[in-house]
Design a protein around this ligand. Structure first.
Ligand code: UDP
Length: 283
C-alpha cells in the first residue's frame, strides 16, 4: 500500500469495479508509542489507493473505519450522527483523518461512492477454526489475549483499569463476530454497487456492551477454561464505554449481526485450540 507503483500495476492489469480497503495498523496501545508508523501506514496507504482509484476511474469504495472516531462518547448508544473527532489515541485519529479526507474528495468529485464502516470490536473466528486472528506483536486486543492465557501461552491477563464508571468498573465494548462483520461488507458493497451515495457512514456492532470481566466470565463458561487475571492501571488513550446504535445499518443496508457473544468466544477458542501457533507451522 505504501508503493503507489505496485498499486497502479494491479489496477492496470485488472478490471476493478469496487475496492474494500482493510489494510491498516489497528492497535491502540501501539499507536501511542509508534505514532509515526501509524500515520505512515494508515494515511499513505489510503492516499496511494485513492490516487490509483481516481486514475483508473474506480470510484466504489468500502473503507474500514472504527468506532474510535467518536472519541469519548457523551451519550450511548452511538449513532452515526454523533460528533466525531476529539479522539484520545493515534490509531483513532488516523481513521478520523481518513474519514474527513473521504468527505472532502466525495464533495469535490461526485463520482465517488463510498461507505465507511465504523467497526466496533471485531472478535471470534471463522466457524471452521481454520481462519482467525494471529497476533504477532506484544500489543494484543482483549479476546486473543484471553485466549492465549487460557491456552497457557501467557501466564495472566492484565485488565486495564477497574475504576471506570461501568457496572463492574472495567471497560465496556460492543463485540461483533468477524463473520457478521464480513456480511456487513457484502451488504455495503451491494449498496454502493446499486445506488449513488456520495459518502455514507455505518456502525457495525451488535448494539450491546460487555465489560472486560463479563467477557472473561463468558469465555470461561462457554469453553470450560480458566483465565487468571490481575487488575492494572488504565491504558493510555482508552475509552470507558462504547456501544453502537445499529438501526441505520439495519434500515439502509438490511444488515444485522446475528451471532451471540457465546458464539464469538466459542469460535475464537476453536481457532486457538486447532492452531495453537496461529499461522506458523509447529515451533
Ligand atoms: N483490555 C484489557 N486487557 C488487555 C486488552 C484489552 O483489559 O490485555 C481492555 C481494554 O482496556 C478495553 C477492552 O479490553 O476496555 C477492549 O480492548 P481492545 O484492545 O480489545 O479493543 P479497543 O476497544 O481498545 O479497540
Amino acid at each position: 500500500m505504501l508503493n503507489l507503483d505496485s498499486i497502479d500495476e494491479i489496477f492496470s492489469k485488472h478490471s476493478i469495479n469496487a475496492v474494500i480497503h482493510f489494510a491498516a495498523m489497528k492497535a491502540v496501545g501501539e499507536s501511542m508509542q509508534l505514532p509515526l508508523l501509524y500515520y505512515k501506514n494508515n494515511m499513505i496507504g489510503i492516499i496511494n489507493l485513492l490516487i490509483a482509484m481516481e486514475k483508473y476511474h474506480v470510484y466504489n469504495l468500502v473503507f474500514s473505519s472504527s468506532c474510535t472516531v467518536y472519541g469519548e462518547p457523551s451519550k450511548l448508544p452511538l449513532t452515526e450522527y454523533d460528533h466525531t473527532g476529539n479522539i484520545s489515541n493515534v490509531y483513532g485519529r488516523t481513521k478520523y483523518f481518513i474519514e474527513e479526507m473521504l468527505k472532502d474528495i466525495s464533495k469535490a468529485d461526485l463520482n465517488w461512492n463510498i461507505i465507511a464502516l465504523r467497526y466496533f470490536n471485531p472478535v471470534g473466528a471463522h466457524v471452521s477454526g481454520k481462519i482467525g486472528e494471529d497476533p504477532t506483536k506484544k500489543f494484543t486486543n482483549l479476546m486473543p489475549y484471553i485466549s492465549q492465557v487460557a491456552i497457557g501461552k501467557k501466564p495472566v491477563l492484565e485488565i486495564y483499569g477497574s475504576d471506570y464508571d461501568t457496572v463492574d468498573g472495567t471497560g465496556v465494548r460492543d463485540y461483533i463476530h468477524v463473520m457478521d462483520l464480513a456480511t456487513g461488507h457484502i451488504a455495503a458493497l451491494k449498496k454502493i454497487m446499486s445506488e449513488r451515495l456520495g459518502i455514507k457512514f455505518y456502525n457495525l456492532g451488535t448494539g450491546k456492551g460487555w465489560t472486560v470481566l463479563q467477557l472473561i466470565s463468558i469465555f470461561e463458561k462457554v469453553n470450560k477454561v480458566k483465565v487468571p487475571f490481575v487488575i492494572k492501571a488504565r491504558r493510555v488513550g482508552d475509552i470507558s464505554s462504547m456501544y453502537a446504535d445499529v438501526s441505520l445499518a439495519e434500515t439502509d443496508l438490511k444488515w444485522k449481526a446475528s451471532r451471540t457473544i457465546e458464539d464469538m468466544c466459542r469460535d475464537f477458542w476453536r481457532w486457538q485450540t486447532l492452531n495453537p501457533n496461529g499461522y506458523k507451522t509447529k515451533l
